[in-house]
Design a protein around this ligand. Structure first.
Ligand SMILES: [Zn+2]
Ligand SMILES: [Zn+2]
Length: 278
């Protein structure tokens, strides 16, 4: 096992919300010394965006060319971040995309519920009670999210990484946004045990822009619980959309992982799981 810099799960202007073009992202990643760089453009068919947020044809064609250009210099993985929705039409779109383009790895993420992205404060977190808009109870909203994550683990297509577990905690309008074991222990344990049993990778995503302090998704408490249950496969993601964000908070992430007891990060590549020492 060797030490390398890895950053798996990033975006570029191929995604609807990317800022820097892929060629620039790769150049910067190489300059920063990244050995394994994963590109994972958005495919959220359930949110009604054209192509799910990325033009697949242009992306896979362009990224595969750049991958060849970097051969021998940096391992560029051409992947996809695929939004999970339980509706059969979206499951079918996800499956067809994976089958057609064969991404090097897939991040499976829950971004939305009934087409409403959790990053929007309304209308997801609100409900109407006797004609008045009120906040939905946290228990109700978070339980819905957790049940989607759990169902996503059974998706009938291949995926490798569970992206930013705890995503609503970044945006929810509650005084206490945490997804804690004290409140949701049973649901969280069910998810972590399924990740382990299915041999998947739990992502530690360092991109929380809504918090100044280091607050990764999944949270330290959840990553610790995953380790205690026997989970050893974790990935690091800056989830960069700009060149400046590549490798953000990687050192803090690695420090946290080492303190918990992890000795390696897992890099998925075409079904193979590479262990990289931390
Ligand atoms: Zn995401
Ligand atoms: Zn992302």
């Amino acid at each position: 096992m060797q030490k390398f810099l890895t950053d798996i799960h990033n975006h570029s202007t191929y995604s609807f919300d990317g800022v820097s073009p892929l060629a620039e992202m790769l150049k910067t990643a190489q300059e920063k010394g990244v050995a394994f760089y994963g590109v994972s453009e958005h495919f959220d068919f359930d949110e009604g965006k054209v192509g799910g947020g990325t033009n697949a044809e242009e992306y896979f064609h362009g990224a595969r060319h750049l991958q060849e250009d970097y051969a021998g210099a940096m391992n560029v993985l051409v992947g996809a971040e695929i939004g999970f929705s339980p509706l059969p039409e979206f499951i079918e779109q996800n499956r067809a995309l994976i089958e057609k383009y064969r991404p090097d790895f897939v991040v499976s993420s829950v971004h939305a519920c009934n087409g409403e992205d959790y990053h929007k404060q309304t209308p997801f977190y609100q409900t109407t009670c006797e004609g008045v808009q009120i906040l939905r109870p946290k228990k109700e909203a978070y339980r819905e999210y957790l049940s989607l994550v759990r169902r996503g683990l059974d998706a009938p297509y291949s995926y490798d990484i569970i992206g930013h577990f705890g995503y609503p905690t970044r945006y929810a309008p509650y005084a206490d946004k945490t997804l804690s074991l004290a409140e949701f222990g049973e649901e969280i344990d069910g998810i972590l045990k399924a990740i382990i049993q299915k041999n998947k990778i739990l992502e530690v995503n360092a991109s929380n822009r809504s918090s100044k302090t280091f607050s990764p998704c999944a949270s330290e408490e959840i990553v610790r619980r995953y380790f205690a249950l026997g989970g050893r496969q974790v990935s690091y993601a800056s989830d960069a959309h700009t060149t400046e964000s590549i490798l953000r908070r990687r050192e803090e992430t690695v420090e946290m992982l080492k303190n918990i007891g992890f000795t390696y990060i897992t890099v998925p590549c075409r079904g193979e799981y590479i262990k990289v020492e931390i």
